[in-house]
Design a protein around this ligand. Structure first.
Ligand SMILES: [Zn+2]
Length: 77
């Protein structure tokens, strides 16, 4: 019976320790990402500044992708 109490106390202590670590600053940042890690996502490169960004956010001009309307505009003139 003594060991059972000790086991329960140990389980509670470990539970508190784990939840305390999980709530620490920066510890959960990786978990709260909106996109699942490892999920394949097509990337595009801005033809103007070379920045990489999701293809779904690309602004197209012909075959070239741009990160923003301003960069696309500078190549459309
Ligand atoms: Zn750009």
């Amino acid at each position: 019976m003594k060991y059972l109490v000790l086991l329960v106390v140990l389980a509670v202590v470990i539970g508190i320790w784990r939840s305390g670590r999980g709530a620490g600053p920066g510890a959960r940042r990786e978990d709260t990402k909106p996109r699942a890690p490892g999920a394949p996502q097509a990337m595009a490169t801005c033809h103007h500044c070379g920045v990489h960004f999701p293809r779904s956010e690309a602004l197209m001009l012909g075959d070239q992708a741009y990160c923003c309307a301003e960069h696309r505009r500078q190549h459309s003139v």
